[in-house]
Design a binder for this molecule. Sequence first.
Ligand code: NAP
Length: 268
Amino acid sequence: MDLGIMGRAAVVTGASTGIGLAVARELVENGVSVLIVARDERRLEVAAAGLRRHSQAKIASLALDVASPGAGDRIVNAAVSSFGALDILVNNAGRAHAGGLMTSSDSDWDEMTVLKLSSMRRICKAAIPHMRTKQWGRIVNMSSIGGIYPNPKLLISHVLSAAINNLTKSLALEVAADGILVNAIGIGAVATDNWANNMLPAVRRSRAEMAGLSDNEVLARVGAEMTPVGRAGTPEEIAAIAAFLVSARNGFVTGDTIEASGGADRFM
Ligand SMILES: NC(=O)c1ccc[n+]([C@@H]2O[C@H](COP(=O)([O-])OP(=O)(O)OC[C@H]3O[C@@H](n4cnc5c(N)ncnc54)[C@H](OP(=O)(O)O)[C@@H]3O)[C@@H](O)[C@H]2O)c1
């Protein structure tokens, strides 16, 4: 399917690995110029070099914490100075936080809120004037199915996912008349570093019977248990949905949170 976005300019945050890198790859393969953003400069450069092998499209990178002050303007200014425009924004940077109300701290709450929600709001706010100028734009915000089916063991992540879904709906209504479509993806279990770093320790703490299994075996077992299709998803499966949502082939889906969870109606 020709996505009709050749020559467009995009930002993908959290694109040095995992789902963000898979989204960036889909975009460059479709002729989109992409600015990839993440904190670790060396990993970002490796990702950019890999993307350049896939396409002649322009690729720029910016090593930045999306939660830092002024990050929204810095990201958007970097894209516009590299490509002369910004048409597509994929807000993907972030991670899960495992813990309930009684097992998480005020600083966990504050840190995760800035990382996932406030940064998204600020980047959208900086990007929209550039999309309005062209009366065309596409935004995808990465959320979790926990925003719809919350699990109290992931309280902060799932409250913030619900807020992301609400931000997405409200923003979609605010900018629909400007030709800008805004959607979220409610992601289920997808095998990435995020899962390995932030979820596996909690699974191992609560599931003593998995003590002798490797990380991959635990992921396979938990992915199969929680997912009706019988396995965890792949970054590429999420990227394919994002690529459609930000494409010219999407003209009528906006304000939605697309559930991408292999049929799961719970998170762990
Ligand atoms: N995998 C899942 O099962 C799942 C489920 C639900 C939702 N999600 C959401 O989907 C998104 C992508 O997750 P993933 O699983 O692909 O994660 P991942 O493999 O851990 O990749 C996360 C990416 O975000 C970057 N990043 C993290 N914190 C950042 C910050 N403060 N500023 C800039 N970049 C930052 C990381 O690079 P640096 O560390 O170098 O900054 C990396 O490039 C996340 O928002 C996550 O919450 C994932």
